[in-house]
Design a binder for this molecule. Sequence first.
Ligand SMILES: Nc1ncnc2c1ncn2[C@@H]1O[C@H](COP(=O)(O)OP(=O)(O)OP(=O)(O)O)[C@@H](O)[C@H]1O
Ligand SMILES: O=P(O)(O)OC[C@H]1O[C@H](OP(=O)(O)OP(=O)(O)O)[C@H](O)[C@@H]1O
Ligand SMILES: [Mg+2]
Length: 322
Amino acid sequence: MSKLIIAIPSKGRLQENTHEFFGRAGLKVVQPGGARNYRGAIKGLSDVEIAFLSASEIARALADGTVHFGITGLDLVHENITAPESSVHIVTPLGFGSADVVVAVPKAWIDVETMADLSDVASDFRNRHGRRLRVATKYVTLTRAFFARHGIADYRIVESAGATEGAPAAGSAELIVDITTTGATLQANNLKILPDGVILKSQANLVASLGADWSQTALAAARAILDRVAAEEAARDVRLVKAVVDDRTQALRSVSQIGALQRFSDTPDGHHVSVLCPKDVVADCAQLLIEEGAETVTVETLDYVFSRENRLFAPLKEKVGG
Ligand SMILES: Nc1ncnc2c1ncn2[C@@H]1O[C@H](COP(=O)(O)OP(=O)(O)OP(=O)(O)O)[C@@H](O)[C@H]1O
Ligand SMILES: O=P(O)(O)OC[C@H]1O[C@H](OP(=O)(O)OP(=O)(O)O)[C@H](O)[C@@H]1O
Ligand SMILES: [Mg+2]
């Protein structure tokens, strides 16, 4: 009878967008215990519990199986979870929290343009100074794996909890691996990204834990949540187009040729058409319907498009059984 537990960021960059994401799906997150209470609920879904954690704690909770779903950055999934493929399932990217984990070196290193150049510098550095090149980062796991892939072994990691970009100027490291969005912080610290040194392109994701207790209750609640999320995502890409035409069958045939247009509903009179049209070809669709005799074509934005098949739930169910 265990409830579905969803971990969402309690603070930081992902918090606001996460609330917007739930809001769009028609899900209202409530904190009955007040803003400082770290447990919450979703209005109307009694089998769901919300855990408010920091983005990096969410990645660890997913790995441990103490929560079923979590919203966190892909960077934190790969940094904090030892074998992500076997312990979590990515349900869907969420379109916010975009940032790249990158290798950045001082701009003054004009001879270093690639990871191969960095590899040469690392060997030289050791020979010349009798100590290893220092890389400041909080992405220890990602850095080790990436440097190994580039055959770089002559370096040492200096763990940095914050203000990593300041390390080279402060003399505590020669280069850094850090997260960047606008590049403003790197720029301000006279650092440049190595073009082939982009380790990971991250964004916020809805992630499921494979190790959580997926009871029938939890699975049913997951389905209810993912139905709404999938329905909202599907609605964003289409418009409902309506018209009265000379010949319905003929008109449907015509508009079905301009892309993934699906027939939406049947009407008995043979003249009304109402179709779901990909939003970027709406004007073409309207034109075709006018050619098929329509005087007026109306276009509506939809809130949700629910389907029998849920493209988000099916792959999850496959993995967690049930
Ligand atoms: N410009 C950015 N700088 C840092 N993180 C960003 C940026 N843009 C998006 N993010 C994402 O935000 C997430 C980190 O958010 P945040 O710093 O709030 O959490 P945290 O690191 O868990 O918190 P704390 O640093 O207090 O432990 C990461 O997944 C990261 O990819
Ligand atoms: O490329 P930019 O757009 O400049 O963003 C990147 C910077 O933003 C983040 O720091 P944040 O301000 O979140 O502080 P933090 O180090 O305490 O997380 C991150 O750690 C970088 O320092
Ligand atoms: Mg942070």
